[in-house]
Design a protein around this ligand. Structure first.
Ligand code: PLP
Ligand code: COI
Length: 354
């Protein structure tokens, strides 16, 4: 495909990789392409990073037609840059697009766009321990009319941000609050899609949790408010009495690529991983009788993040004495080892950027 590249004539200074935080600094360029039902995808271009103009009636501003992805480019010790399972993000993006009635992007075309863009911004991939170049592909409906319908016009973009750890705690255990009132998603809804609306609906509970000193909310299912689903920006896993348990993909939680990778790593090493229903009663009991050995979240931004404290209603439970557990540490070391090229990628998950 033809991707026009217009380079900036005012390249920015690269940031100090010791204090990156998450998603605050952006690279010099962005990818953008337009879609219309009549013509399909067109005008693929990489242009200097900057503001975009939208019609005030644009669909995304009123009806939330928006989906996004998150993946990272990692700087290896030998200086090369690599992506982690990018095809999985492209496939999930098309699944999200299908749910939101946004257009599909051919997988090969999406991969070409992604790799061309990363090649262009590669120098922005930081090299300090624990840092990476976070890539944020996103798509939104762009019809200039107030009627509610599947979109006829859309925009697809990719922006990139050099990042450090998502949580201020880094690899140290985070505190998570189990939400008893608000729900995030229901089966048949958009929970399995990575769409902006899911996050907008999460903000109230997230804000309440933050005010009480918690990093994020752990959601219960939207029908019975009984079964554990996922955390605000990561999937969740527990080790209970030796069994590794993670909520099954029921349609209301995001099918995380880190979740899938953790399961594949664990299974390849002979662990049994149960993808099943896990009720809050079962978890509460395990926290009370001490059989909850470890809890952790997993996601692209969050990596593998130990959970040191869980609060539910008026009860507060400490997990594993507030310390990182053995399986959590092992998963962190294995995944980050593969991502940063420190250990052999026997799964074939990484893809070198030219
Ligand atoms: N669940 C939610 C709600 C998320 O936002 C994310 C982050 O992308 C995840 C789970 C983890 O998904 P992944 O591992 O693909 O990043
Ligand atoms: C990711 O991990 O890529 C995410 O999208 C999480 C988030 C920052 C919403």
């Amino acid at each position: 495909m033809n991707i026009e590249i217009i380079k900036t004539n005012a390249p920015k200074e690269k940031p100090d990789s010791a204090n990156l935080g998450f998603g605050k600094i952006f690279t010099d360029h962005m990818f953008i392409m337009d879609y219309s039902r009549e013509e399909g995808w067109k005008n693929a271009r990489i242009v200097p990073f900057g503001r975009i103009e939208l019609h005030p009636a644009s669909t995304v501003l009123h009806y939330g037609s928006e989906i996004f992805e998150g993946l990272k480019a990692y700087r290896r010790a030998d200086g090369e840059v690599q992506l982690f399972r990018p095809i999985e993000n492209i496939r999930r993006m098309n699944n999200s697009a299908d749910r939101l009635c946004l257009p599909q992007i051919d997988e090969d075309m999406a991969m070409e766009i992604l790799t061309t863009f990363v090649e262009c911004e590669k120098d922005w991939t930081p090299s300090a321990e624990g840092t990476s170049l976070y890539l944020r592909p996103f798509m939104f409906g762009n019809d200039e009319t107030l009627g509610v319908h599947a979109v006829h016009n859309a925009t697809f973009m990719i922006i990139a941000s050099p990042v450090g750890s998502y949580y201020k705690e880094g690899i140290n255990p985070v505190k998570i609050m189990i939400e008893a009132d608000d729900v995030r998603a229901v089966r048949g809804g958009t929970g399995y899609a990575k769409c902006g609306g899911n996050y907008a609906a999460s903000n109230r509970a997230g804000e309440r949790a933050e005010q009480k000193g918690y990093s994020q909310v752990l959601w219960l299912d939207g029908v019975e408010r009984k079964y554990i689903e996922e955390v605000g920006a990561m999937n969740v896993m527990f080790k209970i009495n030796g069994e590794i348990v993670t909520p099954a993909l029921s349609g209301s939680i995001l099918p995380g690529i880190t979740r899938k990778s953790c399961i594949e790593v664990l299974k390849s090493e002979g662990y049994t991983v149960s993808e099943r229903l896990l009720s809050i009663e079962e978890l509460e009991k395990a926290m009370e009788d001490g059989s909850l050995e470890e809890a952790w979240g997993c996601g692209t931004a969050a990596v593998v993040s130990p959970i040191g404290e869980l609060a539910y209603k008026d009860k507060i439970f400490t997990v594993n004495g507030g310390k990182i557990g053995e399986v959590t540490q092992h998963l962190y070391d294995t995944l980050t080892g593969i991502q940063w090229g420190k250990i052999e990628d026997k799964f074939g998950w990484t893809q070198l950027v030219k």
